[in-house]
Design a protein around this ligand. Structure first.
Ligand code: AP5
Ligand code: MG
Length: 189
C-alpha cells in the first residue's frame, strides 16, 4: 500500500493533478476540502460548523479532519494506495497521520509538493471563481486569508517532511500535462 501526500498552496493545482494521478496509478483520492464541501451540501452538523470557517478562509479544527482521514483509511484497505490532497495542513495533523499509519505498520511514501508563487495562486483562484461556485473563492479577503494561513500553518510541514527525507518539490508553473509528467516520473522511480 502506497501513501502519497499532494501538497501546495490554495489553487496550486492539487485537485487537478490528483484527478489524473488517481486514474493513472489506481489510487484512492482523499481531499479533505471535497469531504468538507460534501458535509456542507448535506447540511450535517459537521457541515454547518465547517461552512463559516471555510467561507472565512480559516482552517477547520485538526480533530475534525483527522477523524475524516482515519475513517477513509480504515474503510478503504482494499485499494492500491492513497493520495491525500489538502491534508495534512498543520504539523499536528502530520503527527496524527504518522501515528495512524504507524498503527498499521506503515508510513508515508512521499510528499509531492506543487510550488507556485502567491501571484499565480491569485490568478488561478480568480479563474476558477468564474467556473465553479466555491464560497472561499468569492472574495479577495478570503483568498488572502487562505494564503496567509498556508504560509503560517502549512508551510512548516516542508521542514517536517524534509527531516524525514520524504519531501519532493515540483515546479507548478507550466501546463497541466507538463506538471503531470514531472510528478509521474517521480512516482515511477
Ligand atoms: P481545499 O479544498 O483543500 O482548498 P485549497 O487547499 O485552498 O486548494 P484548492 O482546492 O483551492 O486548490 P487546488 O490546489 O486543488 O487547485 P485546483 O486543482 O482546483 O480546502 C478548502 C478549505 O477547507 C480550506 O480553506 C479549509 O478551510 C478547509 N480544509 C480543507 N482541508 C483541511 C485540513 N486538512 N485542515 C483544516 N482545514 C481544512 O486548481 C485551481 C485552478 O487552477 C483551477 O481552475 C484549475 O483548472 C487551474 N489550474 C490547475 N493547474 C493549472 C495549470 N497548470 N495551469 C493553469 N491553470 C491550472
Ligand atoms: Mg482542491
Amino acid at each position: 500500500m502506497k501513501y502519497y501526500i499532494l501538497f501546495g498552496p490554495p489553487g496550486a493545482g492539487k485537485g487537478t493533478q490528483a484527478a489524473l494521478l488517481v486514474e493513472k496509478y489506481n489510487l484512492h483520492h482523499v481531499s479533505t476540502g471535497d469531504l468538507l464541501r460534501k458535509e456542507i451540501k448535506a447540511g450535517t452538523p459537521l457541515g454547518l460548523q465547517a461552512k463559516e470557517i471555510i467561507a472565512k478562509g480559516d482552517l477547520v479544527p485538526d480533530a475534525i479532519v483527522e477523524g475524516m482521514i482515519k475513517n477513509e483509511i480504515v474503510s478503504n484497505q482494499d485499494v492500491k494506495g492513497f493520495l491525500f490532497d489538502g491534508f495534512p495542513r498543520t504539523v499536528a495533523q502530520a503527527e496524527a497521520l504518522d501515528k495512524m499509519l504507524a498503527e498499521l505498520n506503515t508510513g508515508i511514501d512521499s510528499i509531492i509538493s506543487i510550488a507556485i508563487s502567491d501571484e499565480v495562486v491569485h490568478q488561478r483562484i480568480h479563474h476558477r471563481a468564474m467556473i465553479e461556485n466555491r464560497a472561499d473563492d468569492a472574495n479577495d479577503e478570503t483568498i488572502r486569508t487562505r494564503i496567509a494561513n498556508y504560509h503560517e500553518k502549512t508551510e512548516p510541514l516542508i521542514a517536517f517532511y524534509k527531516a524525514q527525507n520524504k519531501y519532493f518539490e515540483f515546479e507548478g508553473e507550466g501546463t497541466i500535462e507538463e506538471i503531470f509528467g514531472r510528478i509521474s516520473k517521480h512516482i515511477e522511480k
